[in-house]
Structures are given as structure tokens and as C-alpha cells.
Write a protein that binds this ligand. Structure first.
Ligand code: GDP
Length: 444
């Protein structure tokens, strides 16, 4: 499968000025020549050609083609990128011609998979490509770009380098006892190194705590009594009339969502149906969905109707406060000259929301400047594996404290190395062999 020559449309399947069709694999040039009206000249790394795509005697399109010779392409294979005109008929015709001449329709992510197998990118970089395409905020895309450039892999490699040195040293002691000039590794040698490893991993985990929030966005639930102005606030925040606004309580029956970016951070706002005793089955479904949305939120905005009496405002607040989650109290309808309880005063109708937006960023507590300069992990697969690596180092430290023999301490360090390699999709065995042979010159 991995040796097949694959082809796919790389741009959206929409009528547009231009579209790009990408083909990668050993036979790419041969297949392409069968449908092109020119011979591909000799070239070294990359070349651009202009010519016609032919179906027997009929000219299908006039195209610009970029050819990349193995290994000078994204996938590391011979690659052809055809920029054709973006009509659906033309796209389908070119794809059909390439497939009937020997290419296979690519599966999802298969170009990146080939790049990974051909050692052009590691797993972290492959995931970053996807993150970059999907990113919805400037911070998320700059985070993905760091991953793509390999800066995140560098951070993992720094941790791996210390582990590899320790493990290679231990392995040499066991496998090559005749090398007497190599110091015997002991728990005294391991302890300071494991402490350094523990602090490096902890600091990457701490920095990555916010990675998922930055990538997927911060879920904010608007909660409060019907008519407090939640739908008006959603519309004002996203500057769009998405949620229906009426003074009839119970109008919002489903969870309505909208997104906005504040200081480069993506906020997904969820307007929940007012939680009240439902009057009918449809409203009951809405209320349940609201409860789910509130549960999955990272921040709650408790919207209080500031036009009500102070007692009523206080009662409403007490009903909605949930100490388990970060929340902000938002007093709406401040355009009405009433006394309000403490909170961020706004008028959803007047759209003066800068104070609220600043407070939302502050409450989430992400230091945007600090995080912009760092490479951090951003998905649960990566963070789960790093947590396992952290647990394994902590286990090694516990074992050292209990005077456990070195051979057993080493087992946890091996596990930690496997965890780190799983993050980037590398092999521990190969790494360890390289480390032993490069540093200790065994078997010269
Ligand atoms: P929800 O039920 O909490 O979603 O409340 P809505 O957004 O539907 O608003 C209920 C009513 O309050 C509507 O008539 C809105 O026009 C009105 N409303 C919302 N925000 C304000 C505000 O800031 N000032 C005033 N005066 N009325 C508002």
C-alpha cells in the first residue's frame, strides 16, 4: 500500500479559478507523461512545466505542473502537482485519467503518512500539519507552525538525549563488562539526572496544560434565567444575529453556538436554554442539552438581569453559582438605571463589551505572551503519553529512594523513553543502538 502511487485533489472540491491535484509515488512521472502533451525533460530536484492534459486527441486543460524528484518532495517520493482550472468537470476528468493510467485515489492523510514513513516528518509534525489547516485562531496556528518546524520535537529530543545517555551507559555496563574504563552506573549517578528529567517533563506538561484550550477553543457557557439577555449577549459577542432574541421566556430551546477571537484566543460561546421547569417535551430536550453544554464548558458567564430588584438579582446569582468552575458574573441591561449587584456591568444591546472580553481572557489565565514563545503539546494523545513518561520517571525516583537495584530502576527509564518515542513516532531500539555506537565506540 505504502508503495502505491496515489492521487488526490488537494484543494476543496468547489468551482474556483484554480485547483491543485497532487500525485505521489514511484510511478508518478510515468503516469503523468501518459496524459501530458510534452516529455518530462531531465531535471535534478524540481521543475515547473506548462502544457496540455490530453485524453486521446482531446485537450482537457492547459495546466502548470510542478514536478519534485524523490527525495526532494513533501512525501519524499516522486511527486507531481498539477495546477488546473477549477471546474468540477475538469478536476474529475484529470483525476479519472490519472487513476485509469495507474494511480490510486489517496486515502485521508495518506500524503502525510508517506512523508512520515519516508522520514520526512515525525508524528508530531504530521499532527501539526492537520492542526495548522484546522486552526481557528492566530495563537493556534502559530502553535501548529512551531510543531511543523520541528521545535516541539526538539523539546522532546532534549529530554530524550538525557535518557538515552543514561540507558546506553547502563546497557554497556551489562552487555560489555569487559570495558572496565567505563564507570559503573549507580543510583547516585541516576538520581540527579532523574531529577532533571522530572523537572523538564513537568515543565513541558505545565506549558501544555493550555495547549488543548488554545487549539480547540475555550468553551464558554452563557447561563442564567430566561430573559436575562443570554441570546442578546451571544449575538453581541459574535457580532452576528445567530440566536433568536425575544422577551418570551423559553425561546432558546437548543444550544446555540458561535465563536469569536479575543487576543488571538478562540472562544466558543454556548447560549444555553434558560434552565427552568420545561413546559413541553421539546423544551425539556433543550434544558438537558444546556446542562451538558454547561458541564463541558471551561468558563461560565452567569448572566443576571440588572433591571430586576436587588433581591431578585441576588437570588438568581445564588441559583447559578457553581464553585467548581471558573465563572464571571455579568450584569446585563445596565442601560436601565437600576442598582446592580457586583459583577461586570454590560448592556448586550449597546455592544460595549471590551471590559467583559478582557475579563474573560484574564479568567482563563493563559499568559498569551509567554505561551507564544513556547512549543507545547496540543492533543490528548501527546499529553497522555507525556504524562505516562512523567509517571515512569517518578517511579524511577521512588525506586532510587528505596535503594532498588539499578537494573530495576532502568526498567522505568526504558518505559519513559518508549513513551517519548511514541509521541514522535520513533523507535527506542534504533535510538539506543545509535547512542551506544556513537558515544562508546563499541565494535569499531
Ligand atoms: P435570554 O432569554 O436570556 O436569551 O434573553 P434574550 O437575549 O432573548 O433577551 C430577553 C429580552 O431582554 C429581549 O427583549 C431583549 O431585547 C432584552 N434585552 C437583552 N439585553 C438587553 C439590554 O442590555 N438592555 C435592555 N434594555 N434590554 C435587553
Amino acid at each position: 500500500m505504502i508503495n502505491d502511487t496515489i492521487v488526490a485533489l488537494s484543494t476543496p472540491r468547489l468551482t474556483s479559478a484554480l485547483s491543485v491535484i497532487r500525485m505521489s509515488g514511484e510511478d508518478s512521472f510515468e503516469i503523468f507523461e501518459k496524459i501530458f502533451d510534452k516529455k518530462i525533460p531531465e531535471f535534478e530536484k524540481r521543475i515547473i512545466l506548462v502544457g496540455n492534459i490530453k485524453d486521446k486527441n482531446e485537450t482537457v486543460d492547459n495546466v502548470v505542473v510542478s514536478l519534485f524528484k524523490n527525495p526532494y518532495s513533501f512525501t519524499g517520493e516522486n511527486t507531481v502537482e498539477i495546477s488546473c482550472h477549477g471546474g468540477l468537470l475538469i478536476i474529475n476528468k484529470v483525476l479519472t485519467l490519472l487513476i485509469s493510467n495507474g494511480a490510486r485515489q489517496a486515502e485521508r492523510g495518506e500524503f502525510s503518512k508517506k512523508a512520515f514513513y519516508n522520514n520526512k516528518i515525525d508524528l508530531l509534525q504530521a499532527e501539526s500539519i492537520n492542526d495548522l489547516i484546522m486552526s481557528k485562531s492566530s495563537l493556534a496556528s502559530s502553535m501548529a507552525m512551531k510543531g511543523l518546524k520541528g521545535q516541539l520535537t526538539d523539546r522532546i529530543d532534549e529530554i530524550k538525549a538525557i535518557l538515552l545517555e543514561l540507558l546506553a551507559h547502563a546497557e554497556v555496563n551489562i552487555d560489555y563488562p569487559e570495558y572496565e574504563d567505563i564507570e559503573e552506573i549507580s543510583n547516585e549517578v541516576l538520581l540527579p539526572k532523574c531529577q532533571i528529567l522530572d523537572s523538564m517533563i513537568s515543565s513541558l506538561l505545565k506549558d501544555s496544560e493550555n495547549g488543548i484550550l488554545i487549539k480547540d477553543g475555550i468553551n464558554v457557557a452563557l447561563i442564567g434565567k430566561p430573559n436575562a439577555g443570554k441570546s442578546s449577549l451571544l449575538n453581541a459577542l459574535i457580532e452576528e444575529d445567530k440566536a433568536i432574541v425575544t422577551d418570551i421566556a423559553g425561546t432558546t430551546r437548543d444550544v446555540v453556538e458561535g465563536s469569536l477571537s479575543i487576543d488571538g484566543l478562540l472562544f466558543n460561546i454556548l447560549d444555553t436554554a434558560g434552565i427552568r421547569d420545561p413546559k413541553d417535551e421539546i423544551e425539556a430536550i433543550g434544558v438537558n442539552k444546556s446542562k451538558e453544554a454547561i458541564q463541558k464548558s471551561d468558563l461560565e458567564l452567569i448572566v443576571i438581569d440588572g433591571s430586576l430588584s436587588l433581591d431578585q438579582q441576588n437570588n438568581d446569582l445564588n441559583e447559578f453559582i457553581n464553585q467548581d468552575k471558573p465563572y464571571l458574573v455579568v450584569i446585563n441591561k445596565c442601560d436601565q438605571n437600576k442598582t446592580h449587584i457586583n459583577g461586570i456591568e454590560i448592556s448586550a444591546l449597546n455592544h460595549s463589551l471590551n471590559d467583559l472580553k478582557n475579563q474573560m481572557v484574564k479568567k482563563i489565565g493563559i499568559d498569551i505572551e509567554d505561551i507564544s514563545n513556547k512549543s507545547i503539546l496540543s492533543n490528548s494523545r501527546q499529553i497522555g503519553l507525556l504524562t505516562q513518561a512523567s509517571n515512569n520517571i517518578k517511579k524511577a525516583l521512588e525506586d532510587i529512594a528505596c535503594y532498588t537495584p539499578v537494573d530495576l530502576v532502568i526498567i522505568s527509564l526504558h518505559e519513559a523513553l518508549n513513551n517519548l518515542n511514541d509521541i514522535i513516532g520513533a523507535s527506542s531500539k534504533e535510538d539506543l543502538d545509535n547512542e551506544i555506537f556513537s558515544k562508546f565506540c563499541i565494535g569499531k
